[in-house]
Write a protein that binds this ligand. Sequence first.
Ligand SMILES: [Zn+2]
Ligand SMILES: [Zn+2]
Length: 644
Amino acid sequence: MIQITLPDGSIKSFEENSTPMDVAKSISEGLARNVISASFNGTTVETTTPLTTDGSLILYTWNNDEGKKAFWHSSAHVLAQALEELYPGSKLTIGPAIENGFYYDVDFGDHVISDKDFKTIETKMLDIARGKHDFNMRAISKAEALETYKDNAYKTELIENLEDGTITFCDHSTFTDLCRGGHIPNTGIIKAVKILSVAGAYWRGDENNKQLTRVYGISFPKQKELTEYLHLLEEAKKRDHRKLGKELELFTFSSKVGQGLPLWLPKGAALRERLENFLKKAQKKAGYEMVVTPHIGQKELYVTSGHYAKYGEDSFQPIHTPKEGEEFLLKPMNCPHHCEIYNSSQWSYKDLPKRFAEFGTVYRYEQSGELHGLTRVRGFTQDDAHIFCTPEQLDQEFKNVIDLVLYVFGSLGFENFTAQVSVRDLDNPDKYIGKAENWEKAEQAIINAAKDKGLNYVIESGEAAFYGPKLDFMVKDALGRQWQLGTIQVDYNLPERFDLSYKGSDNESHRPVMIHRAPFGSMERFIAILLEHTGGNFPLWLVPEQVIILSISEKYEKYAEKVLNLLENHEIRALVDHRNETIGKKIREAEMKKIPYMVIIGENEEQENKISVRQHGGDDLGAITIEEFAKIVDTEIHKTLKQF
Ligand SMILES: [Zn+2]
Ligand SMILES: [Zn+2]
């Protein structure tokens, strides 16, 4: 008998050579129907792998990431079989599962695959899937493996790099592939398939190698799930921040200015300013002080901070002065500058914490291929702040920062978020700097704070920075996609490197602890995520134009101007569409611009001294007075925007 430990801690006895599927059956028939993969003692196994020793077993279903991975990995095998059968002579290379689906890189020879072929491939895949073929792993000697693939230089290269005795093949139906394992029980579970796209990909990612064709696909256990996924993709396309940014006239890029360097248009700049002011106001209440530092710093500054040693080579190279031979770097981070601000005075424990905040623009080199809209850029502005406190104050300061971050998320409509506490890998203590007891304290402080604030959090061991543990916030947007937003980090390294100190109550000199934090992360990235989350329908307090006044004809221009003035008196951001266009056209365009309220003005409105209000999306509020409207706007604003 062997002893199997399950995730809930319970231990059950099984006959030797029982499989994960046997274990599932012993728990429930329902579970056995849904189990699609398993891991044993931390290693992925097949659901049919005979277990021969005691150990911990985790069973995965479609609802686990591991389950999806096995599902998509297995689907890649089915794709490979379909391609081989449809396009004889194709040479298969590699085909992994990815975050959403899978791909296979294939050398199709002279054959060109296009979207016209997708339907045929899908049909073939489903045909194979319906055969309910089991996936069977088998060990194979290196010599035999090389013989099997003697006509495929790619697989041969892969096999050459493997050690004899560790090589395995996976068979299903009439198809065999070189594979390490991790499959669903049989192909019959794959009920829906979609080929998404094809792209060029170099063998092993090296552009000196031959270009292959990468075929992307996704599959699901239910047709309904595929339909939902495709709908989500459509929605995501509509919400692409690059598209919305253009439509809403927020930002642009210029190849003359340079790639990865966003240019903010007036409406975008106004939006940024409103976001900045919103955070500045809350920060002021939380005891932060604003500072301003330059966009460049001497190379020595970053040698001291350690950034140069770590990133110098792979970053923008130093700027030289023409005469003095000085070297400057574009600022990649604000922290070193803030350390020097701290160092410009002597502090006692009574002065701490010091909280220095700056909307600091930083520059980081990204390869041109990595650049993407506002989410991957070469110059961006962090809503940065550094808190310098005593070790005793760390706990409270951390909690205060969480409060601020939660306030920011709440005001911007991000309700669905999780937190990740990143701590040391205790098996590798040499990877980290700073005293073990400080780490212990800081990690505990973060965990306590997360608990105290009722956060939904996970602890990830080994994910801490080398200089301290951190708390990262992940938000789910309206389409259920995960984004990493704000981060809070504890740092023992920079205070050491910059020799920061304060005088304690014992009159001795002590090292402060430093907290780095940025609730938005960066203005660019945050606005991109906010655009995709809201589809451009920003919260009313933030939107560049809250109201557009549309007059039915030129006759009512004067009244339109009067309404504009009155709305402005109520601090409502409004504009008048003066153009000589039909009201229908004006409404359509205002809808396109996603302006939350349209105020329509004609003869009745002027006579009754009222306005007709229409909401973005079509709801009519009827004819009301300006005061009534101002109240509606105010109520809506304060539904999301609360006092900090
Ligand atoms: Zn496989
Ligand atoms: Zn920092």
